[in-house]
Design a protein around this ligand. Sequence first.
Ligand code: HEM
Length: 403
Amino acid sequence: MSVVSDQVLQYPFVHDDGLEVDRRYAEMQTRGPVRVQMAYGGPAWLATRYADVRTIYSDRRFSRVLPAGTEASNAFRGASLVEPTFPLGMDPPQHTRLRRITAPVFSPRQIRTLTDDVQALVDERLDEMVEQGPGADFHTVVSWELPIAVLVGILGIPRPEAPMFREWVRTSSEPIGPAEPRLEAYGHMRAYVASLIALRRAEHHDDLLGLLVDARDEGDRLTEEELFGLTLSLVAGGFHTTTMQLSNTVVALMTHRERWQELLDGRAELGPALEELWRWIPSFHYGSPMTRWAREDVELSGGVVVRAGEAVLPEQAVANRDEAAFPNGWEIDFHRVDPPPHLALGFGEHLCMGLHLAKLQLELTVRTLLRRFPTLELAVPADQISWPVHGFLRSPDAVPLTW
Ligand code: HEM
């Protein structure tokens, strides 16, 4: 079936399958954006080309703020749970100011100071994998535990409270099912985050949350509301995403054995290899909530004009495979020469705030796996790994490993 037509397509029109991106998207990329009808809200433009998605992320004629009186266009019911105090729900100049004040706290240098702590957690998790022996589930033992432990560490949450906190995050970000449990968990999380901030206002703490409370830019500092919205965003954006990326990265390497071998033999460098995996791995299910709205008429490729007020959905996982930007983009290639920036962590103003933290966890985990488990492989055939289709993020249910 061809997905390219002049009609409005019901979105999503393809089905996810593991880490595959539907090849019909390649055909769609030969044209500009297409018109789609989302499951919730009105129609939207769907952009799949690298150049278009990059423009949508970085051109100020596109806004992150839902125009008044408009219903958000979403593939999932809960996808619009972006509050106006979240950085993702802001536009310049408010957003620019917030990013300027907080930049030092998320800088590569600041995040590197966490290296020893994160490495200790990686070692602890991999010791546990050894303890469980071949057949251990990397997803449960490492991916579910490491990012939450890192997150509670930077927010100064006592570790025994981490499972409770994780449960609130998990339940509140579940995009399907009844609304009540989601809202209840979200309420708990809000109250807890407010208490963490109040504690740091009362006395100085050296954790990342303490740094945010103290963050200033020439006398300018975050308001109470901004601090609250930002902390909630870190919680919502900082744990699940990294969990999924850890498992997806291991599955990608185990199912592309020659790439793992290149790393083991030193024929490929880990830094560029991980960047390539960020590009290639489709982190989000179709319908990721990255929608923008045009402030004025904007022309995208193929002569498509997005009219003022219309919604645009950037399909970044597809854009990341665009052969016009990444020759042979459907393949994993650790030796690309000066590739353009991938869009897996966004681009432009809203580029992921936690990217250095996420990258640190990925780097230390893969480096330690290479060192400690060179014979690592999946303990089951790849086609026996199951991939739940609900939720924003793609991820396997379990990743049993042997070595
Ligand atoms: C696998 C890991 C991650 C992925 C795939 C990811 C993905 C993204 C993407 C695509 C955006 C841009 C969204 C848009 O422009 O509409 C974003 C923004 C953001 N991310 Fe991440 N992220 C990850 C990890 C993290 C971590 C670890 C944190 C924090 C601890 C974090 C916090 C944020 C925040 C606060 C924003 C909003 C930035 C802004 O609006 O200025 N993310 N992330």
